[in-house]
Design a protein around this ligand. Structure first.
Ligand SMILES: [Zn+2]
Length: 170
């Protein structure tokens, strides 16, 4: 992609950007430090309204998955009574880490606005960029090696799922 296309795409994506929601995410992230959480906040918006917010609570809840976006997804899904967040826009104080990016894809959100980048997070010793780099590597060469083994037992659940007409697909 050349620079002109890049700038045009950026401007296009910014058309429905609402700075007040990013200010809200920023305030959540800033105030969260005083509560003992990490400096991250997220806001989930649908049809111009805030559906849910989330603050990082990893050290508060002893939960490594309790990132701002994951907490916001859980709050939003609970509120909407759905495991999908279609049509929702996410305002995150920081570029989502690979876990949160995946969770936002699973949730089916339409767009993610973020303030700080993974390089900004790296500069204050958060692992986001490190994990992004790990994903690029072959599983067995990663710091946490992923090792493919025999699947004759594990494949049975997939075969059962594929032949079951009543499962809830997602
Ligand atoms: Zn995350």
């Amino acid at each position: 992609m050349n620079e002109a296309t890049d700038a045009r795409l950026h401007a296009e994506h910014l058309r429905d950007y609402r700075p007040e929601f990013m200010q809200m995410a920023a305030k959540i992230s800033y105030d969260n430090i005083d509560r003992g959480g990490g400096p991250f906040g997220a806001v989930i918006v649908k049809d111009g309204e805030v559906i849910a917010t989330g603050a990082n609570s990893v050290t508060i809840d002893q939960d490594p998955t309790a990132h701002a976006e994951v907490n916001a997804i859980r709050n939003a899904c609970h509120k909407l009574g759905s495991f999908k967040l279609e049509g929702c826009t996410v305002y995150s104080s920081c570029e989502p880490c690979p876990m949160c990016l995946s969770a936002l894809y699973w949730a089916g959100v339409r767009k993610i606005f973020y303030g700080n980048t993974k390089e900004d997070a790296d500069a204050i010793d958060f692992s986001d960029k490190f994990i992004y780099d790990e994903i690029e590597r072959r599983p067995e060469e990663r710091n946490v090696p992923g090792v493919h083994v025999d699947n004759s037992e594990t494949i049975k659940a997939f075969e059962k799922w594929a032949s079951s007409p009543d499962v809830t697909k997602y």
